[in-house]
Design a protein. Structure first.
Length: 185
């Protein structure tokens, strides 16, 4: 069976909810899914595909994503690695033509700092902003940013990407099965 690990860092629950939807969709496509927060004990080498998601704050991917990459560098070698970032900056009503390239730059910066030169897929999803979930400096930064509260998650886009990733996981599992010697089958 194809297996996928979906690891996530979340600050207000939005990234976790997107990771959960990716997991549900991939499971519906026949992939065995493990959903884990970045600090949970996991073994990426056991999976055909690894998905890592984290929010973007102030043009930076939050630190938990870098920690996950650092801790699992060897196990991720040779795994298909897909990453996604979540942020209000990616909402459809944003007049930010550079939002997509900004997420790529933020993610690439973390990947390079952790010794990764290649990631197989990068996606950005609009998130949800609920001021009641923000505390301390995050609440202050939200007020200063003038970003409106709202939920801009495009669940069809999330599910479409998840189905695409499920196809990759299924293909990799089948390829692995075919490469096993006859005696092991």
């Amino acid at each position: 069976m194809a297996r996928a690990l979906i690891a996530y860092e979340t600050l207000t629950g939005t990234t976790r909810e997107i990771a959960e939807e990716i997991g549900r969709t991939m499971a519906d496509e026949g992939v065995g899914v493990t959903l884990a927060a970045v600090g949970d004990p996991v073994f990426p080498v056991e999976y055909h595909l690894v998905v890592l998601g984290a929010p973007i704050r102030e043009a930076r991917w939050v630190p938990g994503a870098a920690t996950f990459l650092r801790e699992h560098r060897a196990a991720l070698s040779g795994r298909f690695l897909a990453v996604f970032a979540v942020g209000a900056r990616f909402r459809p009503d944003s007049d930010d033509p550079e939002a997509e390239s900004a997420v790529r730059a933020a993610v690439d910066s973390v990947l390079r700092s952790e010794g990764f030169v290649l990631v197989d897929e990068v996606r950005a999803f609009a998130g949800r902003v609920d001021a009641s979930l923000l505390t301390g400096s995050a609440h202050l930064m939200f007020r200063l940013s003038r970003i409106p509260e709202g939920d801009w998650r495009d669940w069809d886009a999330v599910r479409g990407w998840a189905r695409h990733l499920a196809g990759i996981a299924l293909y990799r599992a089948e390829a692995e099965r075919r490469l096993q010697p006859e005696a092991e089958m």
